[in-house]
Design a protein around this ligand. Structure first.
Ligand code: NAD
Ligand code: UGA
Length: 352
């Protein structure tokens, strides 16, 4: 057992951001460098989003596969004052097509990072997911980190394997925290969206990104916007800049949030997927200044994703923990979608 220093993070602290080349990670690194954190090390398989989003230097990138390079991971954690772990498969099509790979990476490989943090006394910010809440139980209006039940569908609907793996990761971190072995904060993000999310596709044969890039791809390329099972499922969408402000606030308040689970989301931005498709089409046409030929089409989940899919019906975060620290999301749904679409229209025009 080692002593941990969760309260001693400052601008010169050495931070290791695993999975920092992804959607959230690249925006977070942009936020950290803008806030003048001086020692940010990003470890990932890819760095293209960092090149597009983070102006100039101020951080170091190291290519690293956490599945293969455990000694590198350990050495980095030994030299760090704080570890932020974002590594995961985070796209529902992967949960359907490769459920075992999801458990391997999202649980077992991430547990190695947890173990190093515990043995070396390095505090950990672990990214989990709002998907751990699963389906709504019916009674609450919003999901609370400490009181809401976590309700998953049957094993045969293997989409839940992501949620289940993340839940077990949370429970193991919690249990090690109870034994005084690790200082941590677990973050549960609620559908962040914004620039550089996943990837754009010209047709579904190139893959299925999450819903915002999926609909945007369809709008740009005049392909169908597919509504899974009628589009009645609801999500609360969070603009990535609000999310990064919340993460930075968590980093500044690690001592107050020690061994807590924290939701980050925008409870006011609830929208059904059918409404989202219509809103995005309207905004896209306004911003791009051209009509889109994309049609909104219904598709059954087993056709779109394959067997084993089941959806979360709605999920609204209780954000009172962050509200107590003074955070509230500043982007309503219109501004969230507008800024996200504007980024893509501007970069597309610039590349013509
Ligand atoms: P992302 O896929 O953009 O980022 C994940 C990053 O992990 C990628 O850059 C990927 O290259 C990297 N990675 C994957 N395998 C790796 C390996 N073997 N070694 C090193 N790096 C590897 O996803 P994201 O949206 O940025 O999500 C980040 C985290 O937040 C994930 O843990 C995800 O489960 C969680 N999360 C995200 C959201 C959201 O709204 N985007 C919501 C809930 C939870
Ligand atoms: C996602 C992922 O599991 C994780 O990235 C993350 O943990 C979490 O949500 C999050 O972002 O907070 P989900 O919200 O289901 O899960 O992911 P999307 O792929 O964005 O799907 C949202 C909804 O849109 C679902 O109802 C899905 O069926 C629907 N959808 C998706 C469509 O109707 N059409 C599409 O083209 C894509």
């Amino acid at each position: 057992m080692s002593s941990v220093n969760i309260g001693r993070i400052d601008k010169a602290s050495r931070m290791a951001v695993f999975g920092g080349g992804g959607f959230i990670g690249s925006h977070l690194i942009k936020g950290l460098t803008a806030k003048r954190y001086t020692s940010v090390l990003c470890l990932d398989l890819v760095e293209d989003k960092l090149q597009r989003l983070v102006p100039g230097a101020g951080f170091e990138f190291r290519r690293c596969d956490i599945r293969q390079e455990d000694q590198v991971v350990r050495a980095v954690i030994e030299e760090s004052d704080l570890v932020i772990d974002l590594v995961a498969y985070a796209n529902p099509i992967v949960y359907i097509e490769s459920p075992l790979e999801v458990v391997e990476l999202n649980l077992f490989d991430n547990l190695k990072i947890v173990d190093h943090c515990a043995r070396l006394g390095t505090p950990l910010i672990q990214f989990s997911t709002c998907e751990v809440y699963g389906k709504t139980g019916g009674s609450e209006d919003s999901f609370n980190e400490d009181t809401t039940d976590l309700i998953l569908g049957p094993v045969g609907n293997h989409r839940w394997i992501y949620s289940c793996a993340k839940q077990l990761l949370e429970r193991i971190i919690h249990a090690r925290g109870l034994r005084g072995e690790i200082d941590y904060v677990i973050i549960r993000p609620f559908n962040f969206i914004g620039p550089e999310m996943d990837y754009l596709v010209e047709s579904p044969s190139e893959g299925i990104p999450r819903v915002f890039p999926s609909f945007l791809s369809a709008l740009i390329h005049g392909q169908p916007m597919y509504l899974v099972d009628g589009g009645g499922s609801k999500r609360t969408l969070t603009y990535i800049d609000d999310a990064v402000e919340a993460i930075l606030l968590i980093i500044e308040n690690l001592d107050r949030l020690r061994n807590e689970i924290v939701n980050i989301g925008s409870p006011q931005n609830e929208v059904s997927m059918r409404e989202l498709a219509c809103l995005m089409r309207e905004l896209y046409e306004e911003i791009a200044g051209e009509a889109s030929t994309a049609r909104i089409m219904d598709v059954p989940a087993e056709v779109f994703y394959g067997e084993g899919y089941e959806d979360c019906d709605r999920r609204i975060p209780d954000i009172s923990k962050l509200a107590r620290l003074g955070w509230r999301p500043r982007h309503d749904l219109d501004r969230t979608l507008r800024k996200s679409i504007q980024y893509y229209c501007a970069t597309r025009l610039a590349s013509r």
